[in-house]
Design a binder for this molecule. Structure first.
Ligand SMILES: [Ca+2]
Ligand SMILES: [Ca+2]
Length: 81
């Protein structure tokens, strides 16, 4: 009985952890901290210290090393779907 309760509790914690994964929904200007019109890796990392390069690369659709407002917008919409 107790064992089953533990399993349920662990499952609930895991589900909550999944639901609270970092989501990159900040407005573009908030991440583009130097205001030059693109988000660089350093800016992304500063805004989202817990995230890894994978998310940045995913957002940088044309893989040129920075994220334009269009790429950022697309990335936000992609997460929402
Ligand atoms: Ca910038
Ligand atoms: Ca890009």
């Amino acid at each position: 009985m107790m064992h089953k309760f533990c399993l349920v509790a662990i499952t609930a914690v895991l589900l909550t952890a999944c639901a609270s994964l970092p989501r990159f929904t900040a407005p573009f200007p908030e991440v583009d901290s130097n205001g030059d019109g693109v988000i660089e890796w350093q800016e992304f990392k500063t805004r989202y210290p817990d995230s890894d390069a994978k998310a940045f690369l995913e957002a940088d659709r044309n893989k040129n090393g920075d994220i334009t407002p269009e790429e950022w917008q697309f990335f936000i919409e992609m997460q929402a779907s």
